[in-house]
Design a binder for this molecule. Sequence first.
Ligand SMILES: Cc1cc2nc3c(=O)[nH]c(=O)nc-3n(C[C@H](O)[C@H](O)[C@H](O)COP(=O)(O)O)c2cc1C
Length: 310
Amino acid sequence: MKLQEMLGIKYPFIQGGMANIATGEFAAAVSEAGGLGLIGSGGMSVAELEENIDKAKSLTDKPFGVNLMLLHPDVDEMAELMIKKNIPIVTTGAGNPAKYIKDWKASGMIVIPVIPNPTLGVRMERLGVDAVIAEGMEAGGHIGHMTTLTLLPQTVKRLKIPVIAAGGIASGIQMLACEIMGAIGFQIGTAFLATKECPIHQAYKDKVIKATDTNVTIIGMNIGIPIRLLRNEMSREYTEKECLGWDKFQLEKFTLGALRRAVREGDVSTGSLMAGLTVAQLDREKTVAELMKDLYDDYLIEKEKFTNGY
Ligand SMILES: Cc1cc2nc3c(=O)[nH]c(=O)nc-3n(C[C@H](O)[C@H](O)[C@H](O)COP(=O)(O)O)c2cc1C
């Protein structure tokens, strides 16, 4: 796979920069184990982001990156911090990073926006980004409207730059399918929630490990902010309020701090248990090293079966 060459890593995996979860310590653990660790800026202040970058630098010499949450109120300051701290790789989520790309590229950074549709990918390519992460709605957290099966091949067809697949990947066969559709590597979020190093509360982690396929739901579709998560008291109440016609402002207020409550306090009733459709494939806690090795070995087995005929 070409992602390893592009980023200087052992395995073709980017650990998604998950808000309130992906700390400098976690990103460094992933990078040390051979993937690309990302620090998630979502939920951090500018000072906290800087501290997390310094922490990651103290823990690994391997490449790591930052996921810049474009809806963050201090996004301009954070975008400058990327340059000041010499961050080699930046990914962006929840929007269009157009205004930062020129300066980032001038400072030599590898820029990889996350895109939910090929149209945004085309715009990003014109602005000179290095690759895109095409994230299908199988993913956990904030999602778009296209599935990986439709988004990935359409993006590959319309773009000349490399495309990394995300959304619904947690096994060798899913990796191989994405490779066949043109992906050069994979970004994974949900499967990393079930790792020993992942700093979420054990109660949240246990819910992820025990979840079945029917435990996953989407909230916020009616108000245009769909989020995929595990069903609980919060998601049920949210859906009721959505049906009663609560507006975007009221519903956003209702979920304010809900992910943080699940991550920090282990509040699995009123917290937001963001997770994607691969949760049912996760049956035990693994180290990040075990997870990536197991996935890569499984991919090699599937690839051999595919090459030699099933
Ligand atoms: C709990 C959680 C939080 C996330 N937060 C962010 C975020 O802050 N920024 C972002 O670009 N993507 C975020 N994502 C998406 C991941 O980076 C990744 O693209 C996605 O999880 C891949 O799909 P998967 O969940 O099927 O593995 C989040 C995902 C999860 C599960």
